[in-house]
Design a protein around this ligand. Structure first.
Ligand code: MG
Length: 339
C-alpha cells in the first residue's frame, strides 16, 4: 500500500473567532492511500487546544508510512498511538478504502460493520456565526439566510447583544456554543434569557474539567446542554452521562470513525444525545463526518462551507440538508484547481 501525506492549508472567508481567539488561516493534514487501483483519502485537523500541532501530526503520518503494516480491520486501529488528528487521517483513509473495496458508500459500510441503526430522516446541519462586533454579526447572519439553523459562538464581552443582533434579522433556530467561557453562575443568569430567545441547545458552557459544575446545572437550565471540549474520546462518554444531555463528537478530536462509532453506541446505551461536529476542515473531513448523519441527533458540519476556497468537493449542505456524493467510500475528491 502506498501512503502519501501532506499539508492542507485552508483559509476561511471571515476570520473565525470563538471565545479562545480567532484565525483565518488553518493548517490540516491529509493522507492518500493507494491500494489495488483504489485511492483512500483522509484529513485531520490538529488544534493547539488539544495539544496538537500540524508538524507533529504530519511527522507521525510520515513515520507511520515508513513503519508499514497498516491496520487491516477497524479493531486494529485501536493499537495506533499518536496525535488524534493524525490517527483520524489514517482512520478515514482506511475506512474510505474498505468501503470502496466492498462497493458501498461509507455510511452503509459503517451501519453494517458497527451495527449502527440508520434513521430515515437525517438531521440538518447548523451554520456557525463566529464572535464579532454586533453589526458584523448581523451582516454574517444575513449572508447565512439560507440556513434554517444557526450556531452562535458566545463567550464574548456581551453575549446578549450578539444574540439580539442575530434575532433582529433572523428567525432561524438558534444554538449557542460558549466554548467553555462561562461559569455556573453566568450560565444560570443567562439561561432565562436564552429560553426566551428560543435557544435550542447550549454547547460547552463550562470549562473542560468542571464536571461538578455541569452536575450543578442539572435540572436548573431548561435547555439541553451538550459537552464538546469535555468529550474528547470514547473514555469520556461514561463520566458525562450524569452531567450533560448530549455529547459533540468530532473525528479529529477522537481519532476517526472507529472511536466515533464506539462513542455513538455508548452514548445511546447511556441515553445521551449525539451531535457530530467539526473543525475548520475541507470537504474531505466534512464529507467523512457527514456519513455519520443517519446515526445521530444533531449535526454541525459547516467547516467547509466557511472556507474561501475548498480543496475538495464532496458533501454539500444546501439549506442545511446533507447531500452526500453518489459514490463508494467517502466520495470526496480533490477539486479541479488542485489537480
Ligand atoms: Mg463546540
Amino acid at each position: 500500500m502506498k501512503m502519501t501525506s501532506g499539508w492542507l492549508e485552508l483559509r476561511t472567508r471571515h476570520t473565525f473567532t470563538i471565545a479562545r481567539g480567532g484565525s483565518a488561516q488553518w493548517k490540516n493534514v491529509e493522507l492518500r492511500l493507494e491500494d489495488g487501483g483504489l485511492v483512500g483519502r483522509g484529513e485531520g485537523a490538529p488544534r493547539s487546544y488539544y495539544a496538537e500541532t500540524p508538524e507533529a501530526a504530519l511527522s507521525w503520518l510520515e513515520a507511520r508510512a515508513s513503519a508499514g503494516g497498516l491496520p487491516a480491520a477497524p479493531e486494529e486501529l485501536r493499537r495506533e498511538s499518536g496525535p488524534a488528528s493524525a490517527r483520524c487521517a489514517l482512520d478515514l483513509a482506511l475506512h474510505d478504502l474498505w468501503a470502496q473495496r466492498d462497493g458501498v458508500a461509507l455510511h452503509e459500510w459503517l451501519a453494517s460493520r458497527y451495527g449502527l441503526r440508520a434513521q430515515k430522516r437525517w438531521p440538518r446541519t447548523s451554520f456557525t456565526i463566529g464572535i464579532d462586533a454586533p453589526d458584523k454579526v448581523r451582516e454574517k447572519t444575513l449572508e447565512a439566510a439560507s440556513y434554517p439553523i444557526l450556531k452562535v459562538k458566545l463567550g464574548s464581552s456581551d453575549d446578549l447583544a450578539l444574540l439580539a443582533a442575530i434575532r433582529s434579522v433572523s428567525k432561524a433556530v438558534l444554538r449557542v456554543d460558549a466554548n467553555a467561557a462561562w461559569t455556573v453562575e453566568q450560565t444560570l443568569d443567562l439561561s432565562s434569557r436564552l429560553v426566551e430567545l428560543g435557544i435550542e441547545l447550549i454547547e460547552q458552557p463550562l470549562p473542560k474539567h468542571d464536571l461538578e459544575g455541569y452536575r450543578a446545572l442539572r435540572g436548573r437550565v431548561q435547555i439541553p446542554i451538550y459537552a464538546d471540549e469535555s468529550c474528547v474520546g470514547p473514555e469520556d462518554v461514561e463520566k458525562l452521562a450524569d452531567a450533560v444531555d448530549g455529547i459533540n463528537i468530532k473525528l479529529s478530536k477522537c481519532g476517526g470513525l472507529e472511536p466515533a462509532c464506539r462513542m455513538i453506541q455508548r452514548a445511546r446505551e447511556l441515553g445521551l444525545h449525539v451531535m457530530v461536529g467539526c473543525f475548520i476542515e475541507s470537504s474531505l473531513g466534512i464529507t467523512a463526518a457527514a456519513h455519520l448523519a443517519p446515526f445521530v441527533d444533531v449535526l454541525d458540519l459547516d467547516g467547509a462551507a466557511l472556507l474561501a476556497e475548498d480543496p475538495y468537493s464532496g458533501a454539500t449542505i444546501p439549506r442545511g440538508e446533507i447531500h452526500l456524493p453518489d459514490a463508494r467510500g467517502i466520495g470526496a475528491v480533490p477539486t479541479a484547481a488542485r489537480g
